[in-house]
Design a protein around this ligand. Structure first.
Ligand code: NDP
Ligand code: 8X3
Length: 259
């Protein structure tokens, strides 16, 4: 396996769920972390907890940033302190679904937020950090896609469209970077119990809980495990896409509620 200690890993959406779980795994592996999210306090608490658990790591660098803010992303590489500037592992994880409106009923403000967060923000991070990887001759782009980027479902028109876009962008990036040492990976999870559904249902915890009722869903640590697997393969091994489902999930909306 590849030793990633001392490598700079930037994780978007590190303040919760899958991104937070990735931060724990990368810290355990001795990576130098750049943690991105909108919720400053949560990032600070996470950073302190990581440093306490793994005292030998470089203190994680937290950046409060809305990934919808393309100008802030463009400015970021020049603003990172030198010890964090050579981002070698970019985990594009920040993302969300808003609602389950049908294609005839989408609310355009939700549409705009999903596209700018899940797609434009992810692309902007690539524009900001892939050139440095290319110049240094080393790097790994890891995009968190979804089963929703491989199949579309009722009530998911825009969210699925964004994840299909992530899937297409990731595949095209692999073509663009094929002559370089940069690896390009998608991780495509099925149902993972995080705040994802609480956010999707506008804070309605009871409706969110129903998504995971009578089925053992994936948890954030499972996906962090997949990310870490991809990141630690030998340099000649490029994990293209891992589709990972709960055992009682056959497709995005096909689950057996077996208790
Ligand atoms: P959570 O809601 O638990 O976490 C989402 C993270 O994204 C938070 O850290 C949040 O931070 C961040 N985020 C959201 N919007 C922005 C923004 N505008 N700017 C910066 N950060 C943002 O959900 P998950 O951990 O489940 O989701 C992570 C990724 O995994 C998403 O891309 C999601 O689409 C994908 N995914 C999730 C699945 C699931 O079932 N849970 C399945 C397949 C894929 P903050 O609010 O502090 O900004
Ligand atoms: C999140 C999982 O339920 O939308 O990407 O397919 S789902």
């Amino acid at each position: 396996t590849l030793d990633i200690s001392g490598q700079v890993a930037l994780i978007t959406g590190a303040s919760a769920g899958i991104g937070e779980a990735c931060a724990w795994r990368f810290a355990e592996a001795g990576a130098v972390l750049v943690l991105i999210g909108r919720r400053t306090e949560r990032l600070a608490t996470l950073s302190a907890a990581l440093k306490e658990a793994y005292p030998s790591i470089v203190e994680p660098h937290c950046v409060t940033l809305d990934v919808q803010d393309v100008a802030a992303i463009e400015a970021l590489p020049a603003q990172l302190p030198p010890a964090y500037a050579n981002v070698n592992i970019l985990v594009n994880n920040a993302g969300l679904a808003l609602g389950v409106a049908g294609a005839a009923d989408n609310k355009m403000s939700d549409v705009a937020q999903m596209i700018s967060t899940n797609v434009t923000g992810l692309i902007a991070f690539c524009s900001a950090f892939l050139p440095g990887m290319r110049a240094r001759g080393s790097g790994h782009l890891i995009n968190i896609g979804s089963i929703a980027g491989h199949e579309a479902y009722a009530g998911g028109s825009v969210y699925c469209a964004t994840k299909y876009a992530v899937n297409a962008f990731t595949m095209a990036a692999r073509h663009d970077l094929v002559g370089t040492p940069i690896r390009v990976t998608a991780i495509s999870p099925g149902m993972v119990k995080t705040d994802f559904s609480v956010v999707r249902f506008g804070g309605d915890q009871a409706t969110a809980d129903k998504v995971y009722e009578d089925i053992e869903p994936l948890v954030a640590a499972d996906i962090a495990d997949n990310v870490m697997y991809a990141a630690t393969r030998p340099k000649h091994v490029q994990i293209a896409d891992l589709i990972v489902l709960a055992t009682n999930q056959a497709a995005a909306k096909v689950v057996a509620r077996v208790g």
